[in-house]
Design a protein around this ligand. Structure first.
Ligand code: SAM
Length: 185
């Protein structure tokens, strides 16, 4: 845990725009963002796992490691994730590649990628994610703002409904979790 914080901090200083956070998320945030995964059966993809706080919580929900794929652009984080989570597929690729990794009917996408701090990533990630998500799939997103990281215009354009799942005040900084699902027809 202390090692995780040290690795996270040193990378956050070296690559502030990619990490866009001052500490790994808390265990409570991890429990909130992974809620419901115990009821899924298909592939689960985590994007921007960092040092793996959400990864641990995903596995604790009963997701078998063979169902879980991580997309992390930071090579040092990838090394740590491979050591910590044997059996989980760790890809040193960007979340924008989610439609190119051979998965379909994805039950859930869990995202720690800073979509609000880097708005150009919204379309670049959510459009390909929707292509490979199951019809009833859900994307959950970490944010440090009251505002949904996916703009209302983008939600309307992509046919996505946004819901604020909850806020964890004891996170540093306070964390909000949003969930995105397709409009029901
Ligand atoms: C705010 S940190 C969150 C880390 C972890 N999920 C947590 O909550 O503690 C953002 C993470 O997203 C990664 N990241 C940023 N942009 C990315 C992208 N386009 N594709 C994949 N990973 C990305 C960063 O390297 C970093 O690990």
């Amino acid at each position: 845990m202390a090692i995780d914080i040290a690795v996270f901090l040193s990378e956050a200083i070296r690559r502030p725009t990619q990490i866009a956070a001052i500490a790994p998320s808390s265990a409570r945030t991890a429990r909130l963002i992974t809620r419901g995964l115990e009821n899924t059966r298909g592939p689960v993809v985590e994007i921007g796992p960092g040092t793996g706080v959400f990864t641990r919580a995903i596995l604790a929900r009963g997701v078998d490691p063979s169902r879980l794929t991580l997309l992390e652009m930071n090579p040092l984080f990838c090394e740590h994730l491979r050591e910590k989570f044997p059996g989980v597929t760790v890809l040193n690729r960007t979340a924008q590649d989610i439609a190119d990794i051979g998965l379909s009917d994805i039950s859930a996408v869990v995202s720690g990628v800073p979509l609000l701090a880097r708005p150009q990533l919204q379309r670049a990630i959510v459009v390909p994610a929707l292509k490979v998500m199951a019809r009833d799939g859900v994307m959950t997103q970490l944010a440090y703002s009251r505002k949904s990281p996916l703009s209302e215009t983008m939600q309307a354009e992509l046919g996505v409904t946004s819901r604020h799942r909850g806020t964890v005040w004891a996170n540093l900084p306070p964390a909000r979790i949003f969930e995105y699902t397709r409009h029901q027809q």
